[in-house]
Design a protein around this ligand. Sequence first.
Ligand SMILES: *[C@@H]1O[C@H](CO)[C@@H](O)[C@H](O)[C@H]1NC(C)=O
Ligand SMILES: *[C@@H]1O[C@H](CO)[C@@H](O)[C@H](O)[C@H]1NC(C)=O
Ligand SMILES: *[C@@H]1O[C@H](CO)[C@@H](O)[C@H](O)[C@H]1NC(C)=O
Ligand SMILES: *[C@@H]1O[C@H](CO)[C@@H](O)[C@H](O)[C@H]1NC(C)=O
Length: 320
Amino acid sequence: MTKAVLLCFIAYSVVNQLINFHKAMQDGTLPSDLLNNLTKGGTPIKLDFVTTAGFTFPPVIFGHIHMAKTAGSEINGELAQRFERVCGHKGYSYDAIAFNQRVGKVMKKADDWHWSQTLKTKDLISKSYRKYNRGRVHSTVMDEIGYHDCDWISFERQASAWHTVAKTAEWPLELHLPCRDPIDHLLSQCNMKTRNFNCTGTSLTEEVNACMLFADRFSDSLNLHANVTLKCFNPIPIEPYLNYIGQFLQPRRVRGQYVHSEFNRPRNKTAECIWNSPEKVKQEVIKIMMKMPYYRFCDRCIGSKDDLLAVKAGLRLAQV
Ligand SMILES: *[C@@H]1O[C@H](CO)[C@@H](O)[C@H](O)[C@H]1NC(C)=O
Ligand SMILES: *[C@@H]1O[C@H](CO)[C@@H](O)[C@H](O)[C@H]1NC(C)=O
Ligand SMILES: *[C@@H]1O[C@H](CO)[C@@H](O)[C@H](O)[C@H]1NC(C)=O
Ligand SMILES: *[C@@H]1O[C@H](CO)[C@@H](O)[C@H](O)[C@H]1NC(C)=O
């Protein structure tokens, strides 16, 4: 009697999961609680009934210009779990599941969810490069692998690295530049550097410059390159971009769970003087930032036809 009940329950669960999978397939997404339920203990989800025979390659290779403090690691990490041929400084598709399972174990053991824990996850890359691993791939390793089997590339390198890829790429590059509200982005960088932006400091230019992190990952030269098209997007929250790019990437046959980690200490907006400063100070800070190529480009791009999330994706693909 109890056996029959148990069997019924198992059959019910299996059918229920299949229904959920099919629903997810139709939506093109998996509900996050289903994802969480099924990946408890790090078990990857099998999506082996998904047929990708009809997958159409987009007519470009996508590149993600990973500006500091624009949720780039999460975007890279999530995409590597969900889609094929993601080649990122913060992880590749082909080894993402096993890497995240190891990271999860290391973090759980230390009961520490700071990003520095992910660097304690040892593998063959970390044997060659200290503080690097399959979740933080050294640029030499990326170059050695090459970019011929990549649909989505993410770099945390100087802008010129894209010129090198564009020279050998079989397809034109479409580069995606994340753009946040400039003042919010500035203060996020100050926080990362544990600097207090001083609104009454002697030089606002010096205050701004002291917070900047890797602004040279963008350069106007990218906008002028014959084989490169530049697009922009608001990266926070990350889901709209994941949904957008998900239309053009091939879903993985097996998909795992990205293990989140904390990157920096939480911001304390009450302690940030700029929000309570006179409008004049904010305008001055923005004026200083607009002298930098990255912020100037973002300012022109967000809301324009080159803003990925401001235009209907279908329309845009027709234009490519
Ligand atoms: C996930 O698990 C929770 C708690 O066990 C349950 O309430 C929920 O319905 C499950 N979600 C799915 C999509 O199976
Ligand atoms: C652009 O691509 C073409 C064809 O792939 C290549 O011959 C050319 O050198 C590239 N231009 C630059 C500036 O990299
Ligand atoms: C900000 O800069 C001014 C002028 O240099 C200085 O007097 C003040 O103490 C600074 N404030 C903070 C919080 O460091
Ligand atoms: C945030 O900053 C304010 C003003 O400096 C301070 O009073 C408060 O204690 C801070 N809060 C936290 C959580 O650190």
